[in-house]
Ligand binder design. Structure first.
Ligand code: SF4
Length: 503
């Protein structure tokens, strides 16, 4: 079998084995770094920042299920301020991403995160990544049961586990028992969604979802998995991928390609061969209408007298100082916990009824509101050319300017229209599930290459999950907002009563 460059690198030295080298490079400096180790750094959440010749790094810090306590939030914020020029981005996998780190900073960052039970280990690389969940797991009355223990068990099972540190590519898991598909299940490599079988509640397992240049919706394995069986089935699914996934071409290595070739039935045969068990067939997936996983405003929790409050972080970018202020508010009005969301927002949970009004009156919530304007409140962006080496175009500032323009053009708009942008054909900004998605491209104007975007419409998850379709190619960056305005104008002029944009 012809192996690609990354496969050979992993055989030469496992990604997890680069830790001692990171500590050595921290003493010897950037110029001492072996080029192959830049790739292995990903196993510790570290990416080279653009341009690769400069001695700066991005780092992703995992937040399983988006669950942060007070001490963790303070450390995450202080590290952003001390080493990352104050920047902290919330990602579409509920993680935090730093920029501007230097190799000399890594030992202290690892130590301080470990002291509060956090880690960047396996936030990147060919491993099981940050496990995402409903951001209100354990809080929301709609969930069939609490998945938080399973999220932590999965994190513990795969963390620094050499049996699973060399997968063909990354592996993304979503676990949720909320019928509104808050964990975006259909676009994950493996998703656990709520199901009923007679009087029992448990999971259906979806495999083979994913975005990037060739998006696939996950397929249902057709088994009803009881909660006590879930961890062994998750481990078996990852083992089947590890042992059978394609390793010849990086762009054909995700589990979605294996599932597409095998089909769900054959994949399940392999899973059951690993565990030596036969799982219950059937059951009904519990699914209600999808709300894009947006949870703005004040919501009563299943714990009587407590509420969670969803707040908007435009395109997920905040500073360490702002995060410290969120930590203070969480401690003052709640129990100190925060939740990050896969829509790049934040939730303050456990706010007693009598404290809600005072929380909503806090100055920080005027900047990061519980009821944001419709377009900026539903805008998602990847990192883009500011820091990402793969980017063709800038994304975060562009998305903000487009969304603010649309909010002015359509004041008091009555329905959310979800805008997502990717800076390249990869899909960290998940543009294929957007109502209106932008994919970065380049266009030659007057002999010069300039930022442009392909525009796609009509994506979404839930009952009739589908990817959006491209309707306009390579619109120059400055004209994109007018094209979107025209699309929204058309929707407003032609919609039937109650017809959503996606319909
Ligand atoms: Fe970088 Fe492309 Fe991912 Fe955006 S979508 S962060 S440009 S790799």
């Amino acid at each position: 079998m012809a192996l690609n460059k990354e496969e050979q690198l992993k055989i030469d030295k496992d990604g997890l084995d680069v830790l001692a080298d990171i500590h050595r490079y921290a003493k010897e400096g950037f110029d001492a770094i072996d080029p192959g180790d830049f790739i292995r750094f990903k196993w510790y959440g570290i990416y080279q920042q653009k341009p690769k010749t400069d001695p700066y790094f991005m780092m992703r810090v995992k937040i399983p299920g988006g669950m942060l306590n007070y001490e963790q939030t303070v450390v995450v914020a202080e590290l952003a301020n001390k080493f990352g020029r104050g920047l902290a981005d919330v990602t579409t996998r509920q993680a935090i991403q730093y920029h501007w780190l230097q190799i000399e900073h890594m030992p202290e960052i690892f130590d301080r995160l470990a002291a509060v039970g956090m880690s960047p280990i396996q936030a990147c690389g060919d491993v099981v990544r940050n496990v995402i969940s409903s951001p209100v797991a354990g809080l929301d009355a709609k969930e069939l049961f609490d998945v938080r223990d399973l999220v932590w068990d999965v994190e513990k099972l795969f963390l620094s586990n050499k049996d699973f540190s060399n997968l063909p590519r990354k592996f993304k898991i979503s676990i949720s028992a909320d019928p509104r598909d808050l964990g975006h299940p259909d676009i994950n490599d493996l998703a656990l969604v709520p199901a009923r079988h007679g009087d029992e509640v448990g999971y259906h397992f979806l495999v083979g979802g994913g975005l990037s240049a060739k998006p696939h919706m996950a397929q249902n394995l057709g088994i009803f998995v009881r909660q006590e069986e879930a961890l062994e089935v998750i481990q078996a699914v990852v083992a089947v991928y590890r042992d059978n996934g394609y390793r010849e071409k990086r762009n054909h290595a995700r589990v979605k390609f294996l599932v597409a070739d095998w089909g769900a039935a054959k994949f399940l045969e392999h899973v059951e061969a690993v565990t030596g068990k036969t799982y219950t067939r059937g059951g009904e997936r519990q699914i209600e209408s999808w709300n894009g996983a947006y949870l703005y405003g004040v919501h009563p929790q299943k714990q009587v007298g407590l509420n969670f409050v969803g707040l908007s972080l435009p395109v997920g970018r905040i500073s360490g100082d702002i995060l410290l202020e969120f930590a203070r508010l969480a401690k003052t009005y709640g129990n100190g916990d925060l939740r990050t969301t896969n829509t790049q927002n934040i939730i303050i949970p456990n706010v007693a009824d009598e404290h809600v009004e005072a929380l909503l009156a806090e100055p920080l919530l005027q900047q990061f509101p519980a009821t944001p304007e419709k377009f900026i409140g539903h805008a998602v962006s990847c990192t883009g050319s500011e820091f990402c080496n793969l980017a063709l175009v800038e994304t975060k500032e562009r998305m903000k300017s487009i969304a603010y323009y649309l909010d002015e053009a359509f004041p008091s708009f009555d329905t959310p229209i979800r805008l997502h942008v990717n800076g390249c054909p990869n899909s960290c900004g998940q543009q294929q599930i957007a109502d209106i998605g932008l994919a970065g491209a380049l266009v030659r104007i007057d002999g010069k290459m300039q930022d442009a975007y392909d525009i796609s419409i009509g994506g979404g998850l839930g009952h009739d999950a589908k990817f959006n379709r491209k309707v306009i190619a390579k619109i120059p960056a400055d004209e994109v907002k007018y094209s979107i305005q025209a699309i929204v104008d058309h929707y407003v002029a032609t919609r039937e009563p109650g017809e959503s944009f996606r319909d």
